[in-house]
Design a protein around this ligand. Sequence first.
Ligand SMILES: *Cc1c(COP(=O)(O)O)cnc(C)c1O
Length: 369
Amino acid sequence: MVQPTLTRLYTLWRAERFKLGYPSWTAPTPWWLRRVLRAELNNYGDPAAYARWSWNTKDAELAALAMLSELFHAPAGGFGYITTGSSEGILYGLLTARRRHPDGMLYHSVAAHPSVMKAATVIGWDTRMVAVPTDQTGAMDIAALVELVDKWGGEPVVLATVGTTLTESIDPVTAIRAAVPGAYIHADAAFIGLPLAARAATAGQELEFGFGHVDSLSLSLHKFLGVPIPCGAVLVGPGPLPFGDRVTGYTGTTERTLSSSRNGHSPLLVWHHLNRLGTAGLLAYAEHCSAVAAYAVDRITGIGWDAWRAHEHAATVVLKTPPDEVLDQWVLACDGGLAHLVCTPGVTRRRVDRFVSQLRSATTGQERT
Ligand SMILES: *Cc1c(COP(=O)(O)O)cnc(C)c1O
């Protein structure tokens, strides 16, 4: 019986205007794309490998990867593909790290995403994981990292989180590189990789977590980009890959990807949005997000409720957990007395206003800070 599911989803559609607690949103899909999305589209094996199965979108996938490679300065000779999300990208990055540093020891901050633990378990490194404390900004504490590397040794593999899930704090990749020379660094830039890269490209500035500083990098593309199917990307610098070039599938393609059949729908949508926006459009989104987030901080602190952002470009507003009646309506993620609003490109000032007026009525007469 799918009817109850459909009814529930139609209701949710109307609740879109209460979406404020999670980093995803839905960018519109034009009708001419929706038409082709009805077909089975399978990007079997490597994006660049010839596919006998012609119902694929590898051309769009390659174009999307070329744009991402340029944004993140990925060198020629590396590899990348459109994944099912950051979790698969992190897993692929750690598989690559293990291939290149078999005696690796994985260092990650205590604020890293739970998928890091899962990936480490899959590759058999769950007993080789060291959690590094964060500083007061929520970023990896470099002095603590150095101490832990001295204590536990191994070939250091550092999982740097660029935009932690709750507070959007940024582990300082160049400081990590300087503190732990020779480390393999994977950047998990799930949500804010794209906006920060667009800002750096536009300003002609060095990208702190781009290639040159990291060995591999992963993104979620259903978050900032608004692709309606969970997906992401992984980019890996030149060097040995997890499965080498050994695997050739029965379709005649090399398979350096984690899964063999991969959906061709999300690469098409990723390409569509990246192509539609270009760097200028991504930058406009980025500026919209941080302006709305700054506005939200002003409005929320204006009614006497604690709220702040981890950095000047942050799209995430951290606030003291609101009362239950507000949480019920707005579906916010909460952790340890804190909650957050995520100002995606889909969030408007009006939505923030409605949130703040509800927070104000729910807390009037209550002790606020
Ligand atoms: C969302 C997120 C992930 C997981 O991404 P999925 O695309 O859901 O697999 C990993 N790391 C960070 C920092 C995230 O915000």
